[in-house]
Design a protein around this ligand. Structure first.
Ligand code: PLP
Length: 377
């Protein structure tokens, strides 16, 4: 199994290094004041320190169900299992499908790939295009595999978004074959234009829709959820119990308190979208200025800019970048095979504007070094 390059790097870099590596939100945008207020209220109550329900506290499950209902996706609290981040949601589902085959996008989120390997799932990767997974290849493979892990909204790492047409096609194939999809959607609220309907809405009994408060509120809360068929949720609860009994009830209650005024969260995500779009444009501007050889398309949401430095081995280059005190994730980390790769993922949400400019300027100096690190085929 591949150790996460990001985690490895995060452990070894010093404070002077500018990181475009991890998928970290901008800490300046955490709704600290509101969450502190909610926290203060929650911690006054002794009851909140007690053990709690495995599937999550009822009022929070109801509120999450209502997010779906507001979008015309009929959901009750019984369809929801609260998890410790969507990372744990992935683990629970992987355990449920242990030893099965699974289709993943190429490239895909390393954190999920590692979970699937740990649970002995057999991975088959299919090329991800800008409009979604290669649908012909998908149709062919899905007939036998009947399970797929997809990130349709602002994918990690590629920032691609599935077109409505591909979403419909996938839903049709899944229904026809009687299989399942795991739709991982932590970035779905971070759109710059408008929200696209999830695939799961078309196939409510054949999907696991994963949500998270990590990218829209604060990852430190470690709260995410699974929306699935009630009967499946009942089975997943049994697995959840073996993992950690329940997710932090203190975090859940703080969230529940924060979400009582629904307009607050709506307003907060609106601000996030605006600020992140601005940051993305700022990052793109300096990429074009200092690293004109980097080929990329501006994303329509999410947290990443993905592109390529034609012919350059970006994994070799990253160690040189580290010497210049700037870091990104080389594309090779998101592929199952260890092939050399000229792709790069930049996170644009975490760093300040000042650091974005300085960091990309440092990368400019690497252009010369890069000539000597060409990909050898
Ligand atoms: C696609 C994807 N899924 C899941 C996760 C895990 O998020 P969480 O903090 O909700 O566990 C991440 C985190 O970066 C992610 O990018």
């Amino acid at each position: 199994m591949k150790r996460s390059f990001i985690r490895e790097i995060l452990e070894s870099i010093d404070e002077k290094t500018i990181s475009f590596a991890g998928g970290l939100p901008d800490k300046e945008l955490f709704p600290v004041k509101e969450l502190r207020k909610a926290g203060k209220k929650v911690l006054k109550n002794k009851k909140q320190f007690q053990y709690s329900l495995s599937n999550g506290i009822m009022p929070l499950r109801k509120k999450i169900a209502d997010f779906y209902n507001a979008e015309g996706f009929k959901t009750t609290s019984k369809h929801i299992l609260i998890t410790s981040g969507s990372q744990q949601a992935l683990f629970i589902i992987a355990k449920y499908f242990e030893h099965k085959d699974i289709i993943v996008e190429k490239p895909s989120y390393l954190g999920a790939v590692n979970i699937f390997k740990t649970n002995n799932l057999n991975l088959k990767s299919i090329t991800l295009e800008q409009k979604g997974i290669d649908i012909n290849e998908f149709e062919k493979e899905y007939k036998d595999v009947k399970l797929a892990y997809l990130i349709p909204d602002f994918q990690n790492p590629k920032s691609s978004r599935y077109s409505k047409k591909r979403r419909k096609k996938i839903a049709d194939i899944v229904l026809k074959e009687g299989g399942y999809i795991i739709e991982d959607a932590p970035y779905s609220k971070l759109y710059f234009d408008k929200k696209t309907e999830c695939i799961s809405k078309q196939i409510p009994n054949n999907s696991f829709h994963l949500g998270s408060f990590s990218k829209t509120l604060a990852p430190g809360l470690r709260i995410g959820w699974i929306r699935a068929d009630k009967k499946i949720i009942d089975k997943l609860i049994l697995i959840k119990e073996t993992v950690d009994l329940h997710s932090s009830s203190i975090s859940q209650n703080i969230l529940n308190e924060y979400l009582k005024d629904t307009s607050k969260y709506k307003q907060h995500t609106k601000v996030l979208r605006k600020k992140y779009q601005k940051k993305m444009n700022y990052f793109s501007k300096y990429l074009k200025k200092y690293l004109p050889q980097f080929e990329f398309e501006k994303p329509k949401g999410g947290m990443f800019i993905y592109g390529r430095l034609p012919g350059i081995n970006t994994k070799e280059l990253v160690y040189k970048a580290l010497e210049q005190k700037v870091v990104y994730v080389p594309g090779s980390e998101f592929y199952l095979d260890d092939k050399t790769c000229d792709e790069i993922r930049f996170n644009y949400t975490h760093s300040s504007n000042k650091d974005i400019k300085r960091g990309i300027k440092r990368l400019k100096k690497l252009a010369k070094v890069a000539i000597h690190s060409r990909v050898h085929h």
